[in-house]
Design a protein around this ligand. Sequence first.
Ligand code: G6P
Length: 369
Amino acid sequence: EQIEKGGYDHFMLKEIYEQPNAIVDTYRGRMLVDKGIIRMAGVDDNIEKFTNAKRIIIVACGTSWHAGLVAEYIFEDIARIPVEVEYASEFRYRNPIINKNDVVIAISQSGETADTMAAIKLAKEKGAFVFGVCNVVGSSISRETHAGAYTHAGPEIGVASTKAFTTQITVLSLIALKLAKAKGEINNADFHYHLQELDLIPGKIKKALEANDHIKEVAKKYMNAANFLYLGRGFNFPVALEGALKLKEISYIHAEGYPAAEMKHGPIALIDEKMPVVVIATKKGHYEKVVSNIQEIKSREGRIIGIVTEGDEDVRSMANYVIEVPDTIEAFTPLLTTIPLQLLSYHIAVMLNKNVDQPRNLAKSVTVE
Ligand code: G6P
């Protein structure tokens, strides 16, 4: 097992560090930056199903559901297709309305999750075209779906999902870009710019990983907190959910993810000097608004950990700690902001002596209801 961990203390840490290569493996052979094309057989062979779709319904569970939420923002923003993201377990029992032209995308790392499988079967019965985004090659879900695209992240052993999440977002970004092009929603220059930026993401993740020692300090400072709040807006709202989930899963500290602007409708009541609040505040879209959320937290003495764009000064002047990530286009920021949140939960769990790779009560894949 030591050998399999490749010199890392835990599989989770190894998998966090594998993300730059995993993402290259995800887009290699699919994204031809110089030629300005994206090739994905599963999408190309069914391109009309996608371009005729009135909407896309994404079904998934756990971390894969969070990747689906990120995809919702990306699809709607870039490809202008309405997207709904559903927990597979809710979808399957709700007598959902599915029309013939709907495309259902099922996301599953293991390809074995029982609820996701049941949602796929139901969608197929109702006549939808079902596309799978799985990591495990030949898994049940990859066989049950009409077509699909693998994430090619390699085996993920740690129960808390890391590289599966970022590679799912990568595959879904490629699909969104492809559809944007096919539907004429993006011009050539912008399309090309997106490909170039996606190509830079692995190098930027490496840069984000360099904050590891600093993140360890932050972990040490807040490891004994009873609660954490994670806030983000837009593309980074789902990242806040995922950051909170990571912390809960492996450290057993209660954590909630919230859209930053919703804070005033509830969580703000919990903020005091004992509450660490992780705020994703990259210099994009909603930056000013997030900065004003940070001011509200500060005036209630909450402890602020800002996830910011390199060189940020405003948040730094207000926060207790900032963790920097490189700049990129807004749609791809989740691929970078996720990294420090993974490391933060990892280090807190290690410092609390928890079983990082096999947390209590959790399973890598849930094959029963
Ligand atoms: C379990 C795992 C999670 C995972 C979820 C969905 O709860 O512990 O890490 O996100 O199942 O799994 P899937 O394999 O369908 O992505």
